[in-house]
Every structure is written in structure tokens, then in C-alpha cells.
Write a protein that binds this ligand. Structure first.
Ligand code: UDP
Length: 503
């Protein structure tokens, strides 16, 4: 793991502006660690809720006397019709309010400008020299322009997804799809990647038209940024990294998997875990290697009740030990108790209502398979843990992450979910993934059916090799380590070499 760079970048001061939800905040904080490990100073701007979520992590970094600070600004959620404390996307109670959330968030622009202004007059830390901003915070484009500070976008997805989106958007092939043959083949890719109209990413999906104006702002603000920082590693998707570099005139830096920056602090990533690390590890210690099904569908998903029940019945009937992470929700808790599910599976099932120490869980050799929604962070974390996947994509980049995992890398078994479900609309879709299919997929990945053994071993071997490559990429001299160095040198040249003018 890259700890200390030979070259120190003491003069660089990065302003990090993450989007407000766990899947975007967590990798940005990991990036902050990497930056300070390379000698840069980092200021992270966030809200009080997120500051409490990341403080343990920041404290650990500070204890090692690295240079990082968290600046908190309140967002006036009530003024925008959001419930009190609604400072994170997963807390927004309905799809209609996502718009209000985005607008409320954009009001951070003014305090951020004041922060930069104030900082200009200070000796310590040095003035802010670069901005690294989540792609969803499109309004930071104005800030960067105003202060003429180079702006990098953090896009928390894969290069493959970015190339696919680019090619779809440019070719508009999805506009001519017939009902009789809804298959879309993404043009000009290293692999034949097909999808149906109903799996289109939300930016292009008619079901998600309500937020189209934001998509447009996000797209244009990305185009004017200096470059893109990606949580991926070149060995994972080399052909797509090359393609994406072509699209972005080389200004792409794969610096991940950033979760590997955590070293031993994995119990503290994101929210506070709802289960003691010890009891989680004790449960896992009691099962043989590669035998436990780990189920976590990310921080944003709310399954429709019928789908939730279908999943429960699948876990019950397949007889494997499992850890099932789900959102805190009284009605789900009630169903699990009243239906008898909890009682019937208590010997082999660990249910976590709330936040699980996911990266830590992946580090245990009892985990045999990860049933995942294919969020990019989760996908990478499973790869780093050498854990094969069962894929259940639901929206955004998840269908393409599935293609990478199943079709290209051969480290997963797909459930066959067919429809991208816009966030907040899950109840409309019922139980589209059937229990028999879930059971069959689990059997295929960790069961001992004779016919599947070869494929099972191949999957495990392939993901094990990728885990090794991931680790190497982050070590001194590895591809991601070097990319981080190149990025910092580039930023230094831009900031202290000649005056920077953004377009
Ligand atoms: N995560 C976690 N514990 C949980 C749920 C999620 O640590 O109980 C973390 C997970 O490790 C990952 C992030 O939250 O880093 C989720 O990001 P991802 O891109 O996988 O999915 P999203 O939640 O954004 O859909």
C-alpha cells in the first residue's frame, strides 16, 4: 500500500467537494487520504451530518500528523421543502424531492467562495490550488472560473461506463430502437456490449426525464473541467482506460481502488457500523472458507416489499449461511419477525439493520459470494477482497458494471434483472427477480453441484488474480500510485508553473 511518496507536494492544496451520499463521499475521503500521503494539504467541504460520518477517519489521518481539514457548512434543507436533517441523498423521502435536494446543495457555492477568498489571505494552509469535485456538484464550475483554479472531476464510476455513456450519447443509437427488437448495441467498443432500452442509464432513460435539466448541467460542467479522476485501476479495464483517455485528451487518472488506502481502518468507513466488529468477525469465524453469502444492495436502494420478501425466501431456501445488510426500516423488521424468517434462519443468518463494515467483511475468507447491486464502490471492494459476485443491477452505471463483472472479467453470475428502476420508484416494479433464480445463482457460485465446479473455480481464481493486481497497482511503483504522482505533478505545473486559465 502506498504510504509515503518520494516526491512531496507540500505546496498543493486540494479543495475536495464530495456529493452528499455515502457512495460518493466514501471514495472522496479515501482520495483525501491518498493526497495527504503524497504530501498535499486537503480541505474537505461537507455538511455536519457527513462530517460526523467521516470524523473517525479524519481523526486517524490527523493522528498521523497528515494535513487534512474538514470544513462544515449547513444546507438549509427546510427552506427547500426537505425534512429536517435531510442532508444526504439516501434520506430524501421521495423522488420528487431529489430536485429540491440538488438545489439546496448548490447553495454551498457561496460559503465555498468565501472560504477560498479567506484562504487566499492566509499563510497556513497555502491558498487552495486545485479543486476536486464530484461530477454532480456542477455548480462548482462557476467557483473554479471565478477564482481561476484548475478543476478536476471525480467520477465515481469505471472508465468502461464513461466510454459507454460517451458512445451512446454521441451516436444516439437508442433513439431508433424498435419495440419489436429492443436490443441496443453500444457502438465502437472493444467488446460487444448490448443492452435493452429499459436498461438505459438514467441520463438517457425516458423513465427518469424529470431530472434531465440537471443531467445537462452535469454534462457541460464535466466537459469544461481540466480532467477526470477515476476510482479504478488500469489493469482492470485497460482497453476502456485507453478509450476514455482518447475521449478526454489524456486527462484521465485512474488512482484506485481507493478503498485500499484505508489499511486497517476498514471498520470505520462511511457511517457508524450497526454491528460490533467483533460480533461480525465472530459470526464469520464460525463458517468454513467461501461458504457465506453476503447481501448488500448499496446505500440508496429500497426494494419493493414484494421483492424484499422474494429475496428473504431465496436466502431461506438455499440453506447457506448469510449476512444480509438492509436499511433501517421498522416495517421490514416487523415482517422478518412476524413471518418467522428471523427465527427460522437465526442459526445461519446475520441480519444487519443499517450500516455494515463492508470492506472488513470482504477481508474474511468465509465470504463465498457477494450478492450486489453492482454499485461501483462495492464492485471494486469485492474485487479487492477476491470475492465473486452475483449481480443484481438496478440503475445508473450498474448494468454496465454487471457487464464488466460477468461478461468481460468472468467473476460473476448475473441474476438477469432487466429494468433500470429510477431511484424512488422501486414500489412500481414489484418482485421482478424471482427467488428460484437467486437460489440457482448462489448454488452456481458456492454450491457443490458437480457441473458447476470448473466455472466456480475459474471465477474464484480470476477474482483472486484481480485482487492481487489491485493491490499492486496501489503499491509504490504500481499503476495507480504512479498515476497519482503524475496527477500531482501536473497540478503543480499548472498552479506554480504558468498562470492557469479555465475556458
Ligand atoms: N457501504 C458500507 N456499508 C453498508 C452499505 C454500504 O460500508 O452497509 C459502503 C460500501 O462499502 C461502498 C458504499 O457504501 O463503499 C456504497 O457505494 P456503491 O457505489 O457500492 O453503491 P451506492 O450505495 O452508491 O449505490
Amino acid at each position: 500500500m502506498a504510504l509515503e511518496s518520494h516526491h512531496k507536494h507540500h505546496k498543493l492544496h486540494f479543495l475536495l467537494v464530495p456529493f452528499l451520499c455515502p457512495g460518493h463521499l466514501i471514495p472522496m475521503v479515501d482520495i483525501a487520504r491518498l493526497l495527504v500521503n503524497h504530501g498535499a494539504f486537503v480541505t474537505i467541504v461537507t455538511t455536519p451530518l457527513h462530517a460526523t460520518r467521516i470524523n473517525p477517519l479524519i481523526d486517524t489521518v490527523n493522528a498521523s500528523k497528515l494535513r487534512i481539514q474538514v470544513v462544515q457548512f449547513e444546507i438549509s434543507v427546510l427552506e427547500f421543502g426537505l425534512p429536517e436533517g435531510c442532508e444526504s441523498l439516501e434520506l430524501v423521502p421521495s423522488r420528487e424531492l431529489i430536485r429540491n435536494f440538488m438545489v439546496a446543495l448548490s447553495k454551498l457555492q457561496t460559503p465555498i467562495e468565501e472560504l477560498i477568498e479567506k484562504n487566499k489571505k492566509k499563510k497556513e494552509p497555502t491558498p487552495i490550488s486545485c479543486i476536486l469535485v464530484d461530477k454532480f456538484n456542477y455548480w462548482m464550475e462557476n467557483v473554479a472560473m471565478k477564482f481561476q483554479i484548475p478543476r478536476l472531476i471525480f467520477d465515481g464510476t469505471s472508465c468502461m461506463n464513461l466510454v459507454v455513456l460517451h458512445n451512446l450519447f454521441k451516436s444516439k443509437v437508442y433513439e431508433n430502437v424498435q419495440e419489436s427488437n429492443p436490443i441496443i448495441v453500444v457502438p465502437n467498443l472493444p467488446h460487444r456490449i448490448e443492452l435493452t432500452k429499459s436498461q438505459l442509464p438514467l441520463e438517457l432513460n425516458p423513465e427518469a426525464r424529470d431530472l434531465r435539466d440537471f443531467d445537462e448541467k452535469i454534462r457541460t460542467s464535466q466537459e469544461s473541467a481540466y480532467g477526470v479522476v477515476i476510482n479504478s485501476f488500469e489493469e482492470l479495464e485497460l482497453e476502456y482506460v485507453k478509450e476514455y483517455k482518447k475521449v478526454k485528451g489524456n486527462k484521465v487518472w485512474c488512482i484506485g481502488p481507493v478503498s485500499l488506502s484505508c489499511n486497517n481502518d476498514v471498520g470505520q468507513r462511511g457511517n457508524k457500523s450497526k454491528i460490533g466488529i467483533d460480533s461480525c468477525m465472530k459470526f464469520l469465524d464460525s463458517w468454513p472458507p467461501n461458504s457465506v453469502v453476503y447481501v448488500c444492495l448499496g446505500s440508496l436502494n429500497n426494494l419493493a416489499l414484494a421483492q424484499f420478501q422474494e429475496l428473504a425466501l431465496a436466502l431461506e431456501s438455499c440453506n447457506f449461511p448469510f449476512i444480509w445488510v438492509m436499511k433501517e426500516d421498522d416495517s421490514l423488521k416487523k415482517w422478518l419477525q412476524e413471518s418467522g424468517f428471523e427465527e427460522r434462519t437465526k442459526e445461519r443468518g446475520l441480519i444487519i439493520h443499517g450500516w455494515a463494515p463492508q470492506v472488513l467483511i470482504f477481508s474474511h475468507n468465509a465470504i463465498g459470494v457477494f450478492l450486489t447491486h453492482c454499485g461501483w464502490n462495492s464492485t471494486l471492494e469485492a474485487i479487492c477482497g477476491g470475492v465473486p459476485m452475483i449481480t443484481w443491477p438496478m440503475f445508473a452505471d450498474q448494468f454496465f458494471n454487471e457487464k464488466l463483472v460477468v461478461q468481460i472479467l468472468g467473476i460473476g453470475e448475473k441474476l438477469g434483472s432487466e429494468i433500470a428502476i429510477p431511484l424512488g420508484k422501486q414500489e412500481n416494479y414489484g418482485a421482478s427477480v424471482k427467488r428460484e433464480r437467486i437460489v440457482e445463482a448462489i448454488e452456481k457460485v458456492i454450491g457443490d453441484g458437480d457441473g458447476e465446479n470448473k466455472k466456480k473455480e475459474e471465477r474464484r481464481e480470476s477474482v483472486g488474480k484481480l485482487a492481487e493486481l489491485a493491490k499492486k497497482s496501489m503499491e509504490l511503483g504500481g499503476s495507480s500510485y504512479l498515476n497519482m504522482k503524475i496527477l500531482l505533478e501536473d497540478m503543480e505545473r499548472l498552479t506554480f508553473g504558468k498562470p492557469y486559465h479555465s475556458s
